[in-house]
Design a protein around this ligand. Structure first.
Ligand code: SF4
Length: 379
């Protein structure tokens, strides 16, 4: 049997990317038997959509901000820019109207979020009765809430309002909380919030932002320990994309091999938990390397994979599934991942690889696709 490094080297669309051979060997040695299913969340393979998921697209998961583009925290990596493209709903009445409009337009769910106050809380108080009304009127409509930090009481109010999925960033280093978030809260506050959320019936999907401390690893392993102590429904990993970093505190691009090592540690620490790579990560070669490591480490899902990564997954004998989801702001994929067992379509891997190759380099178009033996069992 060929090594995984050889399999990786055989993927033309990943040309130029380089992996740490020792790390790849460690991942291969650690993968007992087959790695199992991997689901790719991507708009690219829309041709594979069936009626079951035909409504899936950007408008299927609109993101709505209760503060519009306002946020008191102005974290160094974000400066509230993430909120800017969202649909504003600054009052409860507006939320009701926007939700109805979106549902009429075919939305299946929404991400509800907003800017933080100075304590990293989003002030949803005036909205809970409207959220309840939306859920009572449209029970099938899924609502994922970016919770930020919560007390036990607030977590229960979210649950009572009918929230389906609760998402929060878990930060494991006090320096990051103080310097990046400009926040007078503690790591324990983040852990307690997660604990309060997990105590409810909501599907809790925390995120760990890798490289959050100016592109360097600092509190990620502590955050992983926190998640392991409270076992949520799934964990989403993203890699920081600091487009808005202040000049006096610039970000470096996180080292992709370090990211790969963290993937392996996360997989080992949380063997039974759906582990997903969200949309955000640096582009280009770093993304090719990061995505390759994600497939090799055994992550269960990847949003917007780099070209060539589906082929790599097939060559590593993973059971490849595709969910043709647009998630320009990384939303619906987390929620869909809650049903990871049912997630995704079985697809013709050969056709997908051919599409990938065509996109990656026109010159490869028409070259017959060769997949690893068992992978062609997907159809
Ligand atoms: S609290 Fe959230 S929205 Fe506000 S600046 Fe920080 S990361 Fe961005």
């Amino acid at each position: 049997m060929s090594t995984w490094l050889e399999a990786f080297a055989g993927v033309e669309a990943l040309e130029g990317a380089e992996l740490d051979a020792a790390l790849v060997a460690q991942m291969q040695a650690g993968a007992v038997g087959e790695l199992g299913r991997v689901n790719f969340y991507t708009p690219t393979f829309k041709a594979y959509a069936t009626s079951e998921i035909s409504g899936c697209g950007k408008s299927a998961w609109p993101a709505i901000s209760i503060t519009g583009g306002d946020c008191k925290l102005q974290c160094d990596h974000c400066k509230a820019k993430i909120l800017e493209p969202m649909i504003p709903a600054r009052t409860a009445d507006e939320l009701w109207r926007v939700a109805n409009e979106q549902i009429a337009a075919g939305a299946q769910g929404m991400l509800l979020t907003g800017g933080s106050n100075h304590r990293n809380e989003v002030e949803y108080g005036p909205y809970y009765s409207t959220i309840r009304r939306i859920k009572d009127s449209f029970p099938e409509f899924r609502i994922a809430l970016h919770t930020a930090l919560v007390s036990a009481d607030i977590a229960r109010r979210m649950e009572d309002a009918g929230i389906d999925a609760a998402m929060m960033d878990v930060i494991g280093a006090q320096e990051t909380i103080t310097q990046v978030y400009h926040l007078k809260r503690t790591v324990e506050d983040f852990e307690r919030s997660l604990e309060h959320l997990v105590a409810t019936q909501m599907h809790v999907v925390p995120h760990i932002v890798l490289g959050l401390h100016y592109g360097r690893f600092l509190g990620e392993d502590s955050a992983l320990e926190i998640v392991a102590r409270h076992l949520p429904a799934a964990l989403v990993l993203v890699v920081v994309m600091p487009f808005y970093a202040p000049q006096k505190r610039p970000y470096v691009t996180p080292d992709s091999h370090e990211v790969g090592r963290f993937f392996l540690r996360a997989r080992q620490a949380l063997p039974g938990l759906p582990l997903l790579l969200g949309c955000a990560r640096p582009p280009g070669r770093a993304k090719q390397e990061i995505d390759s490591y994600a497939v090799m480490a055994g992550l269960n899902g990847l949003a917007h994979p780099a070209d060539g990564v589906v082929e790599l997954a097939a060559r590593l004998m993973r059971d490849v599934r595709v969910t043709p989801a647009c998630c320009s702001i990384a939303v619906g994929d987390e929620v869909m991942a809650l049903n990871a067992d049912q997630a995704g379509l079985e697809v013709d891997v050969g056709r997908i690889i051919e599409m990938e190759r065509r996109r990656a380099a026109g010159r490869f178009a028409g070259i017959p696709v060769v997949t690893a033996g068992g992978a062609s069992g997907c159809h």
